[in-house]
Ligand binder design. Structure first.
Ligand code: SER
Length: 880
């Protein structure tokens, strides 16, 4: 069968559509609103709330292709990628789901039908596995799944697997259940005749690989490790798209399929190196083959993470992306001789491949490419510095082993993977102290774990009820009950999280901070410090639990803070539209923060925004403020309808089928937004930009303030100007007057410098004449009158130039502060053992001070100018 990757993907989606599944879009690869996850690592992530019964089910049957990343946390494949031919950083997971609808029977029968009837895979090469049970967990064998399989597959190809392979869990806590995997034996008939495929399942054989996992979600893993039955039974399946394509296209490596060929071909052509798919670790072209696979793989993860809004940076998810990018650059540099940025050139090829599948990339191609180029440039410089640092280390340190801490410094600061350091060491006939390196690595891991660990207890249910009603768009007060609470501990601080049945509190999202406020009930007040979302759940943070958890509360949002925040949020929309109209349509939101003090808006744009452009932008926004445009808020607008009406949607944001549209003038600003806003723009009062800067390649940041804050700012600036004017004696033209003052000041400075130089030249000669010869040394000790220590230092060097065998001690009193300078000719340092540093410290005692420096030059400062004479007198004693 000669199906292309595109056709295979479509066949999967069509098949499940024909079985009544709603086809939904992939969620972004970067996860927001889930503190337990940085990146989407399974198709089911976006449905976590549905499994747990925490969100309403819209479609009981769903299928999609989800872009996933397994590079951190529980599922991490990074180190295998490129070395083997079937693990990836980013991969597509084809999945079908049942939310409390069909269960094991249909899931198993349909997966078999699709693989064997539709995609025509050889039945003889397929193996399936079922959960054998686990005594410790009190779980029986999955005989139900076994029996369904038995009707389709000979028993010799149904294998029983342990908890490790056949019980799938999303993370340390959360939805989980027994699973049934499908494996494909891709070996030659000859090999198959020799060794039974069954013995190679889950045994790391590169040709006997898992292609599909059918999970039967039944439990929630709780914090204490126990399993709790979910309210309903669900199906969660995940099929590795790249592996499926490979077995259908009958290839022995994922990289030999049309998913990767366009990328590999371009890399091979550009480096003038042939890609040898069959290279083994002992072959000379092994490194090159690995490098090509690493590059072809990593560019996918990097590009989609950036397109979904995660820029490379120095912390958290940004750092993960930076490390993947650096791994690719390093391989390209080391094995394929790419000394100039190259990876970014792969972006257009990738974007074209995903056209019509994940259009996020093609629409942001320039931006993504620019960000990668900039990262490559800076890392290639770091790489070079690291190599220099390595060379320096080798020349300064003897011994056969490279110190582990130094190897770690190369790893951590210069991004050198340890195998690169080992390779460079081997080239010099050295080895690396791996124990030392690993110890440092372990220490770092522990540091970062301690810094980010959040210890969350299990939820304690107080009142029954599942749905949470958010009323905060219409009200800032509501009568509420606590549904459940839990205790959390982060960085040693204990807090409680509450879920309310009805809440007016806006939970942090879309850049707008969460509401603060108060719960009152049963004679008690509970302060809510913050409100955040965890997936769909609105969580209220408090330091203290109410005594009577069951009472009814009045939940009240802090209105003052909410109003100021709304000013800034609506102003952000006005700013976004103004940016597009002044700078161009390429401007896209890349980040936003809105709180009661300030609004911060990051957007794609490749140059500094000029003063003139900023003034224009400000003027447009303020004009819209004065126009007092009423807010038009539409809820539950079908997504496509909103898009058709020209609304601004953001990349990397997960939108549902129905969206909320915020409009300020149909012809001006129309955005998809979940935040809260002013009733009319006049409330914003006044808008003022306070800074414009760069945050990353191709991303600019504007910070601005509104209302009272903006007014206060202008008042303060005006006052400042008033003070300046007064100081300048109220000139007509302030700027001119300041310029004149600066010019005069410069002139005077130059004149003073000249005078000092003349004075120093005269002093220099006088000092030379007064030198006393003691034991072959020309000894000079004098108090000089110069206005600053630079001038004294300068003088000392000048004297050194004209006097041999010099031992010079200068003292001076600058505005009541005594100081000493000692200069000794280098030969005397050697021959007489004189040391300026030691001497100056000793002499400084006379002026109640301290100092130090080098053996030939040192300085000291002190408190007592009366001691200058005795310090100078004491100096001579060092020659006796
Ligand atoms: N959640 C399962 C997996 O990721 C199946 O989708 O393997």
């Amino acid at each position: 069968m000669n199906k292309t990757a595109k056709e295979i993907r479509q066949a999967f989606l069509d098949f499940f559509a024909s079985k009544g599944h709603q086809i939904v879009p992939s969620a972004p690869i970067v996860v927001k609103n889930d503190p337990t996850l940085m990146f989407t690592n399974a198709g089911m992530n976006q449905f976590k709330d549905l499994f747990l019964g925490e969100a309403p089910i819209k479609y009981p049957r769903v299928a999609d292709t989800q872009r996933c990343l397994r590079v951190s946390g529980k599922h991490n494949d990074l180190e295998e990628v490129g070395i083997d031919t079937y693990h990836h950083t980013m991969f597509e997971m084809l999945g079908n789901w049942s939310f409390g609808d069909y269960f094991k029977k249909e899931a198993i029968e349909w997966s078999w039908e699709l693989l064997t009837d539709v995609l025509k895979l050889d039945k003889e090469r397929l193996y399936v596995s079922v959960f054998e049970g686990d005594e410790k967990e009190g779980l029986p064998m999955d005989t139900e799944a076994y029996n369904y399989w038995k009707a389709l597959v000979p028993e010799s190809r149904i294998l029983k697997g342990s908890k490790k392979d056949n019980f799938w869990e999303m993370g340390d806590t959360g939805p989980c259940g027994p699973c049934s995997e499908i494996h494909f034996d891709n070996r030659t008939d000859e090999e198959r005749a020799k060794v039974d495929g069954a013995s190679l399942v889950n045994a790391d054989d590169p040709q006997v690989i898992e292609i599909w996992n059918n999970v039967f979600m039944e439990f929630n893993r709780l914090k204490d490790g126990s399993l709790k039955k979910l309210p309903a039974q669900h199906v969660d399946t995940g099929m590795g798209f790249e592996r499926l394509v490979r077995v259908i296209q009958a290839k022995t490596s994922n990289y030999d399929t049309d998913v990767f060929i366009p990328l590999i071909d371009f890399i091979a052509k550009s480096s003038a190196v042939n890609y040898n798919s069959n290279a083994t670790p002992t072959d000379s072209d092994w490194g090159q083959a690995v490098a090509m696979r690493v590059m072809a793989d990593h560019i996918r993860a990097i590009s989609f993470a950036i397109a979904d809004g995660q820029l490379p940076s120095n912390n958290k998810a940004g750092y993960v992306i930076r490390r993947i990018l650096r791994r690719a650059v390093r391989y390209a540099y080391q094995y394929l001789g790419f000394k100039e940025p190259f990876l970014n050139k792969l972006v257009p090829i990738l974007a074209a491949q995903f056209k019509g599948v994940f259009d996020e990339l093609i629409t942001q191609q320039d931006f993504v490419q620019k960000v990668i180029l900039e990262e490559e440039n800076s890392f290639l410089r770091t790489l070079e510095n690291g190599i220099n640092r390595f060379e320096k280390y080798i020349s300064e340190n003897k011994g056969e082993k490279i110190n582990g801490a130094f190897a770690f410094e190369l790893y951590d600061t210069y991004g050198f993977p340890i195998d690169l350091t080992e390779l460079m060491a081997r080239e010099k006939g050295l080895s690396v102290d791996m124990d030392g390196f690993n110890a440092e690595l372990q220490k770092q891991k522990e540091r970062s774990r301690a810094a980010t660990a959040i210890d969350a207890g299990d939820w304690v249910v107080v009142n029954d009820g599942e749905e949470v009603d958010f009323v905060g768009y219409d009200a800032t007060e509501a009568k509420s009950r606590i549904l459940k609470y839990r205790q959390v501990k982060a960085k040693g601080v204990e807090q409680y999280q509450l879920v309310l049945d009805v809440t007016p509190f806006y939970a942090e999202s879309g850049g707008q901070v969460g509401d603060r406020g108060i719960l009152t009930g049963d004679g008690e007040e509970v302060i809510i410090n913050d409100t955040k979302k965890e997936n769909g759940l609105i969580i209220h943070f408090t330091d203290q639990l109410p005594k009577n958890l069951e009472s009814e509360f009045l939940a009240r949002v802090d209105l003052h803070s909410r109003t100021l925040t709304e000013n800034n949020h609506s102003a952000t929309h006005l700013l976004h539209a103004a940016l597009k109209s002044v700078l161009g349509e390429h401007v896209n939101q890349k980040g936003s923060l809105v709180n009661e003090d300030v609004l911060r808006f990051d957007f794609s744009h490749f140059a500094k925004v000029t003063e003139e452009e900023l003034s224009k932008i400000e003027a447009i926004v303020n004009q819209k403020v004065r126009a007092n445009i009423p807010l038009k808020e539409e809820r539950n607008v079908p997504y496509q309808k909103a898009l058709d009406s020209g609304v601004t949607a953001l990349f990397g944001e997960k939108y549902g089928d129905y969206v909320r549209v915020i409009t300020f003038d149909d012809h001006y600003s129309k955005e998809l937004c979940g935040g809260t806003h002013v009733k009319a723009t006049g409330q914003i009062g006044f808008f003022k930009i306070v800074s414009e800067s760069a945050v990353a390649a191709g991303v600019r940041r504007i910070e601005a303030i509104t209302a009272d804050k903006a007014e206060e700012y202008i008042v303060a600036q005006t006052r400042l100007l008033g003070t300046v004017k007064e100081l300048l004696k109220n000139p007509k033209d302030v700027t001119r007057s300041l310029e004149t003052l600066l010019e005069e000041n410069n002139k005077l400075k130059k004149e003073i410098e000249k005078t000092i130089l003349e004075r120093a030249a005269a002093l220099k000669d006088r000092l030379k004449e007064n030198a006393k010869i003691i034991d072959g040394v020309r000894f000079i000790a004098a108090e000089v009158n110069l206005p600053n220590t630079d001038a004294i230092k300068n003088l000392a060097y000048q004297v050194k130039d004209i006097v041999d065998n010099l031992f010079l001690v200068l003292a001076s009193n600058i505005d009541g502060k005594p100081n000493l300078t000692v200069m000794i000719s280098e030969n005397l340092v050697q021959e007489k053992g004189l040391n300026a540093g030691t001497i100056v410290r000793e002499l400084a005692k006379e002026i109640q001070g301290g100092g130090g420096g080098q053996p030939f030059f040192a300085t000291a400062g002190g408190k007592n100018p009366e001691g200058i004479a005795s310090a100078l007198a004491k100096a001579e004693s060092f020659l006796k």
